[in-house]
Design a protein around this ligand. Structure first.
Ligand SMILES: [Zn+2]
Length: 335
């Protein structure tokens, strides 16, 4: 019997389905980021991508038993030359030695099966269980199709829990065995964007690069990503853009605002438990939200569907205390 489909995470840099379809505004990279050249831009986004991948991996593994949808995950974040738009493609090729549609390693979550396999950022995957990946020939318009076909081959090879990979590293070929672990089957992705938002759409969890850059600690990222994972776990399918576009949620789905507020409170509470279960500090939620509401003034107001920042901070602090009490009593952290 086939196991559940492998959850493969791709970088969301410049491709269909993600928000960015052209050169980004400089603030998409975070304030003060050095983004003079295409290579700088990719390096900055890759660092954010790697953090989102690492936090997402930990959240996924620690909360597998709470997720209605699970699958084998590896901690690998993959990308290909062919997904990059023209203005970034040469830099992508130079930074990571990417080639056509071949899957390259963009990031590896610490303590993941990919890390234990000995994979490294910059490795190019050539085959899985003897099935070669296709480079797809000369690269045309930016797209995902060729990489997706290769990832289907990888998923098939990992169907029994592990796969023998041949990778290219510094011109040498190495053979490694990649395993997997059960995790929540909602890939975490970075959306390159100057807007501040995160969303859980029932399938995936997204965070904009501007918001990720404004989240200095992984504990902070875990507050946001845990909240969005909670929306998916709780099946709040009508939730898309969190911070900036809540009115669209109201307009598009016609849900009464009080129901949105209730769902937001529920996602805040469950999300902080998810974050704590993954080993992140729930006491960061208060200071983090305080910082966000100082930097993003519109958060201070009551928005459509969102509790005001002040109320949010107070209730998150109460949840953090509740978690501390459970911990001190040696009780399991079940939201
Ligand atoms: Zn929310």
């Amino acid at each position: 019997m086939r196991s559940l489909p492998l959850v493969i995470t791709l970088t969301c840099l410049v491709l269909t389905g993600c928000k960015s379809d052209g050169p980004l505004r400089p603030d998409a990279y975070g304030t003060g980021a050095e983004v003079e050249t295409p290579s700088d831009r990719l390096t900055t986004l890759n660092a954010l991508d790697a953090r989102v991948n690492a936090v997402g991996f930990r959240l996924s593994v620690a909360n597998a038993e709470l997720c209605p949808r699970t699958g084998p995950i590896t901690g690998l974040l993959l990308h290909a030359e062919s997904q990059y738009a023209d203005y970034l493609r040469e830099a992508a090729r130079e930074n990571w030695k990417l080639r056509g549609d071949l899957p390259g390693v963009a990031a590896i979550a610490p303590d993941s099966p990919a890390a234990r396999a000995g994979l490294r950022t910059g490795d190019l995957l050539l085959s899985a269980d003897g099935q070669p990946f296709q480079d797809g020939g000369p690269v045309g318009d930016a797209g995902f199709d060729g990489l997706s076909r290769n990832l289907a081959v990888l998923a098939e090879a990992l169907d029994d829990g592990s796969a023998e990979l041949v990778v290219e590293r510094d011109g040498q070929r190495l053979t490694l065995r990649l395993g997997s672990v059960a995790g929540c089957a909602y890939p975490f992705q970075l959306d390159p964007s100057a807007d501040f938002y995160a969303r859980g759409d029932g399938e995936r969890v997204f965070i904009s690069s501007a918001l990720a850059a404004l989240s200095p600690l992984d504990d902070d990222l875990a507050v946001v990503l845990g909240h969005e994972l909670a929306h998916n776990i709780l099946d709040h399918r009508a939730y898309f853009d969190e911070v900036g576009l809540a009115r669209d949620v109201l307009g598009n789905w016609g849900v009464a605002p009080w129901e949105l507020v209730r769902a937001e409170r529920e996602a805040d509470r469950v999300g902080l438990f998810l974050s704590a279960r993954a080993g992140y500090d729930p006491a960061r939620a208060g200071p983090y939200w305080r910082m966000l509401s100082g930097r993003l003034p519109h958060l201070r107001m009551v928005q459509w569907g969102h509790p005001s920042a002040g109320e949010r901070i107070r209730s998150l602090e109460r949840v953090a205390e509740e978690i501390a009490v459970l911990r001190a009593a040696g009780q399991p952290l079940i939201p």
